[in-house]
Design a protein around this ligand. Structure first.
Ligand code: ADP
Ligand code: MG
Length: 225
């Protein structure tokens, strides 16, 4: 336990540090973006493609700083009793458009009976969104994401996200959730870190099973009330 406490204190300090840096980066970035936009208005077209690159890279910095800020936000988690299936329904209808654009179909099996958990609604939705986003991104040519929800023994909700994507190499499985571990050109490598922490706070668990070229199954559990 002593080790655990020291570890979590270190993480908390690192988080605050990250947030401070993220904040310092964000303000000048906003100014730069504003002036760039002004400059772009009287720019010849042959130069404007440079601006596209600059903007894409600035958006990337912005994305990373935003995720760092979320990560380090003082944890004001508010637990209320919610039917997790209902939260999933909302997330799926919200993600459907993005899935469609990428030729991905989301199929959900909500199971039978309710799955009421004591949870922070927004944080849990964030978890679902992150898993679905990763699944979509793992299928550049499209495919199907299957989501299965059920109640298993011992008052536990089991939620699976199954994709037919690129899969994860065995030696990379252990790195999932490490800050900045990403295999994507424009990834932040922070999504799973945030996700794992939220699931932990809900006393749940996340496991990955994957085969390169075949797909990935994310299985999360959540105690239910
Ligand atoms: P990001 O999505 O920004 O890369 P994440 O923390 O969400 O960051 O994910 C880290 C890495 O884990 C991804 O870059 C990818 O290599 C791997 N990964 C996560 N989910 C999946 C999935 N469903 N299929 C394949 N790889 C995945
Ligand atoms: Mg991600």
């Amino acid at each position: 336990t002593q080790d655990l406490i020291v570890h979590s204190e270190k993480l908390a300090v690192a988080g605050q540090f990250a947030a401070a840096i993220a904040h310092e980066i964000r303000n000048p970035l906003t100014a730069i973006k504003g002036f760039m936009q002004l400059l772009m208005r009287d720019m010849t077209t042959d130069k404007s493609r440079f601006f596209d690159v600059i903007f894409a890279e600035m958006n990337r910095i912005e994305m990373i700083t935003n995720e760092l800020l979320i990560l380090a936000k003082p944890q004001l988690i508010k637990f209320t009793k919610k039917d997790v299936r209902f939260l999933m329904q909302q997330v799926v209808s919200f993600m459907d458009a993005q899935a469609n654009m990428n030729n991905v179909l989301i199929q959900v099996d909500y199971g039978t009976g309710d799955l009421v958990a004591s949870c922070d609604e927004n944080q849990l939705k964030q978890v679902f969104i992150n898993f679905i986003k990763n699944a979509i991104e793992a299928m550049p040519d499209g495919g199907i994401i299957k989501i299965q929800m059920r109640r298993s023994a011992g008052n536990v909700a089991e939620i699976r996200f199954i994709d037919q994507g690129v899969g994860i190499a065995e030696e990379e499985l252990a790195k999932l959730g490490e800050p900045f571990f990403t295999t994507k050109e424009s990834g932040t490598g922070l999504g799973l870190m945030v996700t794992k922490r939220i699931v932990q706070q809900h006393e749940g668990d996340v496991r990955f099973r994957s085969k390169l070229g075949e797909g990935t199954t994310v299985e999360m559990t959540l105690p239910i009330a």
